[in-house]
Design a protein. Structure first.
Length: 111
């Protein structure tokens, strides 16, 4: 019996699934972040977005230019107390992201 390596096939499938994983991470993270936004008008909540980084290297979760003040809410200023929503929201999403990764990559084994 001879040994046959399937490493290149596995790496190809993983690379192809990286985009899908990143998109799912965005959906989960945005869903966890939005409820934590201190709402006055709802503009900041609607401005929470995600984007897949070039070459599917990761994701960016943040706010659109419609809510440039989002960083001041997150981090606070000398005049207002911080009301974090991005960092705790993404942290809350981590267990769900792990489940998505496990599910996605377990499908690779069933190919």
């Amino acid at each position: 019996m001879s040994y046959t390596s399937h490493l290149s096939d596995v790496l190809k499938v993983m690379k192809n699934n990286k985009r899908e994983f990143c998109e799912k991470v965005i959906v989960l993270a945005v869903a966890e972040v939005q409820p934590l936004v201190p709402v006055l008008s709802g503009n900041l909540r609607r401005s929470i977005v995600g984007e897949v980084m070039p070459a599917n290297k990761g994701v960016y979760i943040g706010v659109t230019p419609n809510a440039k003040y989002g960083i001041f809410i997150e981090k606070g200023t000398s005049k207002i107390t911080a009301q974090p929503y991005l960092e705790p929201g993404v942290t809350n999403a981590i267990p769900k992201i792990i489940n998505v990764a496990e599910d996605l990559y377990s499908r690779l084994g069933r190919g």
